[in-house]
Design a protein around this ligand. Structure first.
Ligand code: GLA
Length: 361
């Protein structure tokens, strides 16, 4: 029996920059998905999850379209591995996860990377973590049909305790940077709106299309090549130009955030988070009035900064908060949700935790 785990993630800053070959700064979360794999000589893999009823049988020769629902992420990994010429055995795969689904915490990448890690370990396959991230992404893009970037898989695979990951998606390079707000009197809060989202829907793909059109209008390979927002006047469509402006300014904010954290300048770091939220609200238009209200209540009560995290249209807002203001910020956010007639949020303090690996207990 092989037991492999992979964590959920939150992105501190750098949203929708991954497929534009820019920068992002995620952390891996303490919440994780564990895949326990008992290989057999069957040509069927039977998967179960504590988060869903019933078992799903996946034929090892599975093709996109054969399996849907949660098990499609596992089937996609089986398919992507075999497409790349790696053998996968049948048997039983039991999944146990405490990464909430649809909350923008990358439950899907945690599942992909846990299953993939179990198959790699069981088959003693030689695949480095960048190759694993690309295979898991291929499973999600081509099997599940969600046109997502590499952010979530790299976060799950490269996460480390007390470290954020500065990812450069053009180079596909991951650099650890110290991230331990508690050591400087601050707390990272995750405020879950419980408004579910999904990326196989049309809005995510529409944002991606806008960015690709803008890059074409500018004659660049990706929006990563653009650093000066003035050149965006040459983008034909006004909406595409605004989408592109989010990407260009967000890339700069990621690098500025890393510099601010290096100097323990939480005020500057927080201001960049709040600016990122405004850019997602006004230029990229992926927030919701509920998420805006959460972020505003947090900053109005003394958070250094707050922003939605993840793909958008629901999920979580994160806030960097002076530790002695955690109670006040939480109460203000809860009150704002009550006043707005929204469901009560779940607010928790979190930290940067380890990435994927063998389960040791
Ligand atoms: C989702 C996608 C990622 C990334 C983020 C937005 O989480 O899976 O690839 O694009 O949205 O930053």
């Amino acid at each position: 029996m092989i037991a492999w785990e992979a964590p959920g993630r939150i992105n501190l800053i750098g949203e929708h920059t991954d497929y534009n070959l820019g920068f992002a700064l995620p952390i891996a979360l303490p919440q994780r998905t564990i895949a326990r794999f008992e290989p057999s000589d069957d040509d069927v893999l039977t998967v179960r999850s504590n988060q869903f009823d019933g078992a799903v049988d996946i034929d090892l020769g599975t093709r996109p379209g054969d399996v849907d629902g949660w098990a499609a992420y596992v089937a996609g990994v089986v398919w992507a591995l075999r497409e790349a010429g790696h053998p996968v055995r049948g048997g039983r795969l039991d999944v146990n996860s405490d990464v909430e689904i649809g909350a923008g915490l990358s439950s899907s990448a945690a599942l992909e990377c846990a299953a993939l890690g179990a198959f790699v370990a069981a088959g003693e396959l030689s695949l480095d973590r960048i190759e694993q991230a690309r295979l898991a992404q291929r499973a999600e893009n081509e099997y599940v049909g969600a046109p997502t970037g590499l952010l979530d898989q790299l976060s799950a695979l490269f996460g480390a305790s007390k470290r954020a990951l500065l990812i450069d998606f053009r180079e596909v390079a991951v650099q650890q940077v110290p991230f331990d707000p508690e050591s400087v009197g601050a707390t990272l809060l995750v405020m879950n709106s419980h408004a579910a989202h999904e990326h196989a829907g049309g809005e995510y793909a529409a944002r991606r299309d806008s960015c690709e059109r803008a890059a074409r209008d500018l004659g660049v390979e990706s929006l990563r090549e653009v650093v000066d927002v003035d050149v965006l006047d040459a983008v034909g469509d006004q909406v595409d130009a605004r989408r592109a402006r989010h990407i260009v300014t967000e890339n700069a904010r990621v690098l500025d955030f890393v510099a601010a954290m290096r100097e323990s300048d939480l005020v500057a770091a927080g201001a960049l988070m709040t600016a990122s939220h405004a850019s997602m609200r006004d230029d990229f238009e992926i927030t919701t009035t509920q998420l805006d209200a959460i972020a505003e209540a947090a900053t109005a009560t003394g958070a250094f900064g707050a922003r939605m995290t993840g793909g958008g249209f629901g999920g979580c807002v994160i806030a960097l908060v002076p530790t002695d203001r955690v109670g006040a910020v939480s109460e203000a956010v809860e009150a704002a949700m009550r006043d707005g007639g929204y469901r009560a949020p779940t607010i928790t303090a979190t930290r940067a935790a380890a990435g994927a690996g063998a389960v040791t207990d």
